[in-house]
Ligand binder design. Structure first.
Ligand SMILES: Nc1nc2c(ncn2[C@@H]2O[C@H](COP(=O)(O)OP(=O)(O)OP(=O)(O)O)[C@@H](O)[C@H]2O)c(=O)[nH]1
Ligand SMILES: [Zn+2]
Length: 397
């Protein structure tokens, strides 16, 4: 592999690039990696996970003067991707997009191999598919979960609430990005159209404590504010197919392709090498993970997340007569009283009940699965002990 000549950074260092790598590697992470370094491993971040392998980007410290010093001979790193093998016996959960891994560099004809998946600080997880109770990690090590909602169609508020629950549960912070604010009636000079303003308010009402940013990839409205929010963070974009996730990602990246055109020219790569990936470094700082439009987003272990999403219902519940009130038909229910008085939309309470039921169902299923798993392990252990015992002749005395 010929390391490309390091491209000098265009202009002053930008947010997210100072001191640490563009993909979010930090001094603390480097310190925790000391033993892996000593073992000849290098840090890398998973840009895309496949069956049996991962595309990774090199994550180590970038020194503009000593190319390749920290990257196991791979050179400067930059946006170059490496295909790494995931050995079948890799301990722990399989690597997902956004994971940091300890990579054993390719040598002597062997491919680069993932030796360890480093501990995650957060993860966006959903139940894999309906009828199954496995979790699926959509993105690891995320700071922001950006829920993308199009302003040109009526929003599916239940879906927003569901994604918010997963977003809170991830350990990151959810954020709502309202796209297509340019739709009919918009004012190019700035003010959102009455329709966009209505959408904004509808969505803000189901997202207590969450920022709602209004954007348009067509006019560029709100993109600077969004880029500012994402700088220095790892954000994952989630939302229905057609919500405008990829267009948004390209708009955030496009600014870079123009601004650093000279740099991209020197590394000899085509303009579109970055946009087909799942994980990209933004020119304005920060890392963006795009996900394909998700049709089914089952809740997974989202009890606390639901508490955040429906914070106002939890607050009302303090005044219910019974401490274990289910807010269905109980006398003295403050939540039902709020619905009757028109302070809480009935849709909102229905959604709360629905998501809570799903959460409880999923929790029961995974408990049953864990129990079965535990029993299976005990059986294995006792079988092994029996064999050991019989082998010593203990069984035939
Ligand atoms: N008018 C307008 N159209 C937009 C905007 N953003 C996206 N679109 C259009 O919306 C459609 C869907 O956009 P995508 O970016 O492909 O949506 P997505 O969320 O990535 O969809 P999946 O890849 O299926 O998950 C495309 O036709 C875009 O051109 C916007 O800000 N304004
Ligand atoms: Zn109640």
């Amino acid at each position: 592999m010929t390391p490309p000549a390091p491209a000098a950074p265009a202009g002053p260092p930008r947010a997210g690039q100072r001191g640490a790598c563009r993909y979010g590697w930090t001094d603390e992470a480097e310190t925790a990696f000391t033993a892996h370094r000593a073992a000849g491993l290098v840090p890398a971040r998973v840009a895309r996970a496949h069956r049996g392998g991962c595309d990774v980007v090199l994550g180590g410290r970038h020194s503009p003067t000593v190319p390749g010093d920290d990257n196991g001979g791979y050179g400067f790193g930059g946006d170059e991707q490496i295909r790494a093998v995931v050995p079948p016996n890799l301990a722990g959960s399989p690597p997902s997009t956004g994971d940091w891994v300890a990579l054993r560099p390719a040598a002597g004809g062997t491919a680069a191999t993932i030796a360890h998946v480093l501990p995650r600080r957060s993860a966006l997880v959903r139940a894999a598919a309906s009828g199954r109770s496995d979790p699926q990690v959509l993105a690891a090590n995320v700071d922001l979960v950006a829920i993308v909602v199009a302003a040109d169609v009526p929003p599916d508020l239940g879906r927003v609430e569901r994604l918010l629950a997963l977003g809170w549960e991830s350990g990151g912070t959810p954020l709502i990005v309202l796209t297509k604010a340019d739709a009919p009636g918009h004012d190019p000079a700035g003010a959102p159209s009455p329709r966009t303003a209505t959408r904004h308010d509808e969505i803000a009402a189901v997202a207590p404590g969450v920022d709602v940013l209004v954007t348009s990839a067509v006019t560029g409205a709100g993109l600077d504010a969004l880029a500012g929010t994402l700088a220095g963070a790892t954000a994952v974009l989630v939302g229905a197919s057609g919500a405008g996730k990829s267009t948004l990602a390209n708009a955030l990246l496009g600014a870079d392709l123009l601004a650093v055109g000279a740099v991209r020219h020197t590394d000899g790569k085509g303009r579109h090498t970055t946009v087909s990936r799942e994980l990209v470094a933004l020119p304005t700082g920060g890392v963006l993970i795009d996900t394909p439009g998700l049709r089914a987003v089952g809740l997974w272990d989202a009890e606390d997340g639901l508490g955040h999403v429906f914070a106002e219902i939890d607050a009302l519940a303090d005044d219910c007569r019974f401490a274990d009130c289910g807010h269905v038909s109980e006398p003295g229910c403050a939540v039902l009283a709020a619905v009757d008085a028109g302070h809480l939309p009935a849709r909102r309470l229905d959604s709360y009940h629905k998501l809570l039921r799903e959460q409880e169902w999923m929790a029961a299923r995974s408990d049953a699965r864990l129990r079965a798993e535990r029993e299976r392990r005990w059986k294995e252990i006792s079988r092994a002990q029996r064999r050991l015992y019989e082998g010593r002749g203990g069984g035939r005395r």
